[in-house]
Design a protein around this ligand. Structure first.
Ligand SMILES: [Zn+2]
Ligand SMILES: [Zn+2]
Length: 83
């Protein structure tokens, strides 16, 4: 169990991604990337994960956002964001 003292949330899984800004927890870095929009160092900011197509799943430890359609821990190349 991993805990973030700043917000008191906890979660399990080393590959989870917890946003230090909005304190939502994501299934993976690639899922977390989706809720951060704008350009790095300019206007990068969080948006509501639901508005970028992520779906909330209820875990024993709380809410976890993930991309719809299954586990994309390794398959999501985030091609759109890399462009
Ligand atoms: Zn965030
Ligand atoms: Zn937190």
């Amino acid at each position: 169990m991993i805990n973030h003292p700043a917000c008191g949330k906890s979660w399990t899984g080393l590959r989870r991604s917890h946003c230090p800004v909005c304190h939502e927890t994501f299934n993976s870095d690639s899922a977390a990337d989706k809720h951060r929009i704008g350009k790095f160092g300019i206007d990068r900011h969080c948006v509501d994960p639901a508005t970028v197509g992520l779906v909330a799943t209820e875990q024993p430890w709380g809410r976890c956002w993930q991309a719809p359609g299954g586990d994309l821990r390794f398959g999501n190349t985030s091609a759109a964001e890399a462009a």
